[in-house]
Design a protein around this ligand. Structure first.
Ligand code: COI
Length: 327
C-alpha cells in the first residue's frame, strides 16, 4: 500500500513516518511543499494522500479525482481547509486524525495564566530592565468564572485542568458530555457571555459557527472579558475583536489562531512584507498575545498525527471501519 505525503517535514515528522511506514509495511512518496495544481502530478499512481493544513479546494479535488486518488487524510484534527462538498461531489474520502488533547489543553492553560498575569507586559519590561509594578497587577484564577465553548476532547481536558484551579466553570456545546458535569455546568451562550470573566474556544469551525464571537456577541459579554482562542481563527470576527480591545470592553486576548493564517504559519516569512494588517494590529496591543498556531506542537502530537494518518489510509484500504473518516 502506498501513501503520498505532502508537507513532509524532515526535522520532526520524518522519524515517525519512517517508524510507522515500516511497522505497517506502507510505501511513502514525499513532497516537502504544499499540494497545488502544479505539483499534483507528483502523486500520480497513489490512491492515498496525506496533507496538513493546506487548502484543498474544488479544483485540486477534481484534479486528484482525475488522477484516481481515493482518499485524502489530513494529519490534523480540524478539516476546515478541505472542501468537503467537493470531496463528496468527486467521491473522494476524507479523514482527519486525533492526537493527545493534552498538547492544546496545556497550551490553553498557559495562555490563560499568561493573560490573567499580564505576562506579555512583564516579559517585555524585564527585557529592558523595567522592573516597575504599575500596569502589571494580575488576577487570580479561583476568582474567575470561565466559559469553555466546545466540550470535545480538548475542551474536556481544559475543563479538567481548570477545575484544579478552583474557578467556576460554565460549558457550552450542542452535545452535552456527562463527564463534563463533574466539574462544569452546561449553560447557553447568553449566560456564558453574561457571567464569564474569561471565555476559551475549543470548537471545530463550521459554516454555522463562523464568527460566533461577533460584534453583537462581544457586546453581550462582561466588561473586561478575556478571550482565548486555540481552535480556529474564523470563530472570531477579528475586526470586532480589535474594536473590543481598543474600547477596553475586552480586557485581554490570547490567540494561537487568527483568520486568514493560510500560507503564513509554519513558514519563515521574516523577509516578506506581509499583507496581514489585523495580525500587526493585534500583536501591537500590550494585552494581546498572538502565537503562530503552535498549541498542537509536541512530540506526542506529531507522532499521533503521522501514525493515525497512516492507520486511517490503511483501514480504508482494507475496507475496515475508519474511526477518523469524515466523508
Ligand atoms: C489541528 O490539528 O486541527 C490543528 O489545529 C493543528 C494543525 C494546524 C497542525
Amino acid at each position: 500500500m502506498k501513501i503520498f505525503v505532502y508537507n513532509y517535514r524532515e526535522f520532526d515528522e520524518a522519524e515517525y513516518f519512517r517508524k510507522f511506514s515500516k511497522e505497517y509495511h506502507v510505501e511513502l512518496g514525499i513532497c516537502r511543499d504544499d499540494p497545488t495544481l502544479e505539483n499534483a502530478h507528483l502523486a500520480e499512481g497513489y490512491e492515498y494522500i496525506s496533507i496538513i493544513t493546506t487548502k484543498i479546494d474544488r479544483d485540486l479535488m477534481k484534479k486528484y479525482h482525475e488522477m484516481g486518488v481515493k482518499m485524502i487524510s489530513t494529519r490534523t484534527v480540524g478539516y476546515d481547509h478541505v472542501d468537503i462538498d467537493a470531496a463528496r461531489e468527486f467521491g473522494i474520502h476524507v479523514s482527519n486524525v486525533s492526537y493527545s488533547p493534552e498538547c492544546v489543553a496545556d497550551y490553553t492553560m498557559m495562555l490563560i495564566l499568561m493573560s490573567i498575569r499580564k505576562m506579555k507586559r512583564i516579559m517585555q519590561r524585564a527585557e529592558i530592565n523595567d522592573f516597575s509594578l504599575p500596569g502589571i497587577q494580575g488576577k487570580e484564577l479561583p476568582n474567575f468564572t470561565v466559559g469553555v465553548l466546545g466540550t470535545g476532547r480538548i475542551g474536556r481536558a481544559v475543563i479538567r485542568d481548570l477545575s484544579g484551579f478552583g474557578c467556576e466553570i460554565y460549558a457550552y456545546d450542542k452535545y452535552e458530555d456527562e463527564t463534563v458535569k463533574k466539574h462544569a455546568q452546561y449553560a447557553d451562550l447568553d449566560t456564558i457571555y453574561r457571567e464569564c470573566d474569561l471565555i476559551t474556544l475549543h470548537m471545530p469551525l463550521f459554516e454555522d459557527n463562523y464568527h460566533l464571537i461577533s460584534r453583537e456577541a462581544i457586546s453581550r459579554m462582561k466588561d473586561g472579558v478575556i478571550i482565548i482562542n486555540t481552535a480556529r481563527g474564523g470563530l472570531i470576527d477579528t475586526k470586532a475583536l480589535i474594536d473590543g480591545i481598543e474600547t477596553g470592553r475586552i480586557g485581554a486576548a490570547a490567540l494561537d489562531v487568527i483568520e486568514d493564517e493560510f500560507g503564513m504559519y509554519y513558514y519563515d516569512r521574516k523577509a516578506d512584507v506581509l499583507s496581514k494588517r489585523d495580525l500587526y494590529i493585534l500583536r501591537g496591543f500590550p494585552n494581546v498575545i498572538v502565537t503562530p498556531h503552535m498549541a498542537f506542537y509536541t512530540d506526542q502530537a506529531v507522532s499521533d498525527m503521522v501514525k493515525h494518518s497512516i492507520e486511517s489510509c490503511l483501514l480504508r484500504d482494507e475496507g475496515k471501519k475508519d474511526p477518523w473518516a469524515v466523508v
